[in-house]
Design a protein around this ligand. Structure first.
Ligand code: HEC
Length: 116
């Protein structure tokens, strides 16, 4: 009689360890951080040009410089989340960014605004 609860306990442990093996197939998913140099520069150059790129004659907040872009990051996210016609909407006089593009800025902000 005493042996049954022990057996049940053992079976439970075996069941759980089998499950945990299934949910972790041995592969580690490498999380690649979103950085200014690799991800943001090409994006900002494509989508915020020329207005925020001094090298292209832009005179609004400078997104070609890491420190300056970093300071503006929260405001970037707020403005691209608005809708065309809203006060402060960005990109100015352009269509709203795609969901993935907005998500990219958010990833950069949430990831701690890494430079590289
Ligand atoms: C066609 C020109 C143009 C483009 C393209 C543009 N902006 Fe702007 N941006 C402006 C202007 C004009 C202002 C100032 C007006 C205002 O504050 O609403 C501004 C202001 C801003 C500001 C506040 C800081 C400042 O410079 O006054 C942020 C942040 C910003 N834009 C983000 C963005 C982002 C992010 C993009 C690209 C996804 C973008 N903008 C694309 C013209 C532009």
């Amino acid at each position: 009689m005493q042996k049954i609860p022990l057996l049940l306990a053992l079976m439970t442990i075996m069941l759980f360890s089998a499950c945990s093996k299934k949910s972790n197939p041995g592969k580690t998913v490498k999380v690649i951080p979103t950085t200014y140099t690799i991800d943001m520069v090409p994006f900002l150059q494509a989508k915020c040009s020329p207005c925020h790129l001094p090298s292209k004659g832009g005179f609004k907040a400078n997104f070609e410089n890491y420190e300056s872009a970093k300071k503006m990051a929260a405001d970037m996210l707020t403005r691209v989340s608005l809708n065309p016609g809203d006060r402060g909407f960005m990109p100015f006089k352009h269509a709203k960014l795609a969901v993935e593009e907005i998500a990219l800025i958010k990833k950069w902000v949430d990831g701690g605004l890494l430079e590289k």
